[in-house]
Design a protein around this ligand. Sequence first.
Ligand SMILES: [Zn+2]
Length: 343
Amino acid sequence: MIGVLGFGVLVLGYRFLPRRLAVGLAVLWWGLLVAVQSPLLPQPNRAAAILGGSLSAWLMLGAVAVVVFGYWLGLRALRRKGAAHKPVADDPKAFRPAELERYARHIMLREIGGAGQRRLKDAGVLVVGAGGLGSPALLYLAASGVGRIGVIDADVVENSNLQRQVIHTDDRIGLPKVQSAVIAMQALNPFVDLRPYARRLDAASAEVIADYDLILDGTDNFDTRYLINRLCVAAGKPLIAAAITQWEGQISLYDPARGGPCFECVFPNRPADGMVPTCAEAGVAAPLPGVIGTMMAMEAVKYLTHAGQGLRGRLMIYDGLYSEARVIATKSRAGCAACGAKP
Ligand SMILES: [Zn+2]
């Protein structure tokens, strides 16, 4: 029974020894007990008789210890994760430790820092369209830690979307796009507040727009684009709008309330129906919406954190086929039907 006594001594000595040393000694002692009982030595032998027990009993003890230890490790990991995700007691808006760790590479940027990350967390961004442009824009807004993200779209996920709409997955075909997008963003960042609107944006959507600080337009039809611009102008909200076709994309920030033209200042004449083909009619290179949609998220992060120079009064055109990008200046247009800009 000296074998059992040995464990007893270690339990008593546990409070005086470093934890790792005590566990190490217990494992060594157990190894010795198993070794002297093992068929590798002539049985029965003197050491086995003195230490006592049997091979099966010591092996059983070892197995029980491994299970208990594993359970304890799992429990400890869960508790730590729980503590990291818990809000700091007195301030529900404070960053949790897991968020500080998550956004560390943002916070270390001079242009963003803690103050910029705070602005992102306090901001609400509405993305119109969870398609090709919306997919990367939404994912990067969520990853960046924008506190409240709304997404409005009436469509369901279709097989032909998956060539470029990377927020959706094959097993979510048939699901409303906003629901699929929320699943993806939630999985990426559980710390952001997500608001899906499974409907078309129409003239009655002014109250939705009013709830957000910044609007991103990734839709692919002109009626909606002009309508979003009118709603944003009326509400005084900044609008980052982008468009793509085949190999080329363009993006700008329309913000007449803070200077610069609105979308209709730059594109006063709505193209006649059928003159500008949609992606479904003309095709689109799969990574193109990835490039332009990611630029939308980039401009959104810059706008919200006040970093760098945004695209107000400038239109960026990216040509994927020839790997060229250029930026042209845009101006408010006197007598614009949407923003009524003065010359
Ligand atoms: Zn205008």
